[in-house]
Design a protein around this ligand. Sequence first.
Ligand code: ACO
Length: 337
Amino acid sequence: MNLLESMIQRAKANKQRIVLPEGSEPRTLQAADRLLRDGVTEIILLGDPQEITTQAKETGLTNVGRATIVNPTEHDQKENYIDLLLELRKKKGMTPEQAARLVEDPLYLACLMIKNGDADGEIAGAQNTTGNVLRPALQIIKTSPGVKVVSGAFIMFTKTPQYGENGILLFADCAVMPNPTAEELASIAIASAQTAKSLVGVEPRVAMLSFSTKGSADHEMIDKVREATRIAKEMNPALLIDGELQADAALVPDVGASKAPGSAIAGRANVLVFPTLEAGNIGYKLVQRLGNAEAVGPVLQGMAAPVNDLSRGCSVDDIYNMVAITANQALGLKQND
Ligand code: ACO
């Protein structure tokens, strides 16, 4: 059974409530129909119930009737959610008028449902930008205890079984933090190790990437990666992590042995932590396009409850798979409680 298939099975065995704020978006609706047909999760669709049911009928989506549909402008919990949002954001100067307006925004409503315990995870982004999906989640759901920053990882299914874990690697951060500090980078490394363990099911071996291996060059950007490695080790002494390493030293046993002799990670890494978002985002896309790798993600990590962002070019399959991944993240977080 491949990794995604096993995630789907795990999700089916313990159904999570996944909220889809873009409830009337055609690909989202099709994915919801298939997820309900296959019994992968419970689905909450946000949108105009009339519009959703008409669209489902017209396109022959017979399972959508099993979803819970919530109209953002009119539902039983609206006043409760306004109070909750106000409570959470009053220190930031939010007014009752702003809160009343924002709860009608499906992206805010979805996060409030999760915060209130009415849903277990959210996926959006088929219509909305990454920033618009992330902002309410960062403001309302926030990071899990002990985690400093939210970041985005890709599970890379490469065609090179000699690297990573039989060709599977986790890359981060490829989606959120443009230029993390050393402390933030350490937090990204720890969250990535957790994702590798709980979602990919591998024992993480984390390489902190740079353009230098163990002092082969000197620059403040390299100092940041060294400092991040030190902080991550201090935060989690049991973590298998090393840096700074160049990508070849991290992946290729011979290169690792010659450039970083004695390192437990060099030549064996299965989690690659990039020094900046530029490097991570460019890196995963190059491996995806030039190396024909399948890139699954970004899987957002470090949030107190899972929220995931889709690419606006996503397919129905992408949404389906991301719902299964989100359900697995929700289960993983509950097990860690
Ligand atoms: N982790 C945790 N909290 C965060 C993070 C983070 N990474 N970033 C921001 N926050 C919090 C802030 O502390 C703040 O909280 P507060 O309001 O309670 O004080 C809140 O989120 C809003 O912070 P701002 O800095 O005002 O947020 P901003 O609106 O600038 O945007 C965002 C944050 C959306 C994550 C921004 O950093 C961003 O757009 N990043 C890049 C995303 C992107 O475009 N990625 C590439 C595309 S994805 C792809 O290609 C796969």
